[in-house]
Write a protein that binds this ligand. Structure first.
Ligand code: FE2
Ligand code: FE2
Length: 162
């Protein structure tokens, strides 16, 4: 089926660009954290990366439903922190950026009369809110416990080289 306006497909593709960027940023962060001996925090980033991949999948399917062309070639610049705290802060920034972009997409879709795609964007924004909240909680914990105490909980003494 055709979308009410080509702008709808464009908004979905812009969201896809954002998701593809976040997938790669979180995945790289996950493996860097593993490498720093912080596999528990690494696993959290890994799981979030897979969650964002599911978002990308839903976007691709919706673009195809509208007979559009999902653009998987495009990504924004990937920023990865050099410390766990920087990674968490950059993740919060990117989630807040996603929330703003998806809310904007929802508003435009409402204005165009495509309320189903607007709802789709609203649900995605709510997902990203829960991610932002989780990352913020981690930074709060670091402030309360101190980085050393916080990070000590993310070391897995049973992990072995494989
Ligand atoms: Fe996402
Ligand atoms: Fe997210």
């Amino acid at each position: 089926m055709k979308p009410v306006s080509p702008r709808v497909t464009e908004l979905l593709n812009n969201a896809l660009t954002l998701e593809l960027t976040v997938i790669n940023g979180y995945f790289l962060s996950a493996r860097m954290l593993d490498n720093w001996g912080l596999p528990h925090l690494g696993k959290a980033f890994y799981d979030l990366s897979i969650g964002e991949m599911n978002d990308a999948d839903e976007l691709i399917q919706r673009i195809l439903m509208f007979d559009g062309h999902p653009n998987v070639q495009k990504m924004n610049a990937i920023q990865v922190g050099e410390t766990p705290e920087e990674m968490l802060q950059l993740a919060i920034d990117s989630e807040l950026g996603a929330i703003a972009q998806f809310n904007g997409g929802a508003q435009e879709c409402h204005d165009l009369g495509d309320h189903a795609t607007a709802l789709f964007f609203e649900e995605m924004a709510r997902d990203e809110e829960s991610h932002a909240d989780w990352f913020e909680s981690q930074l709060d914990a670091i402030t309360r416990l101190g980085a050393q105490n916080y990070l000590a909980q993310h070391v897995d003494p049973s992990s072995r080289p494989s």
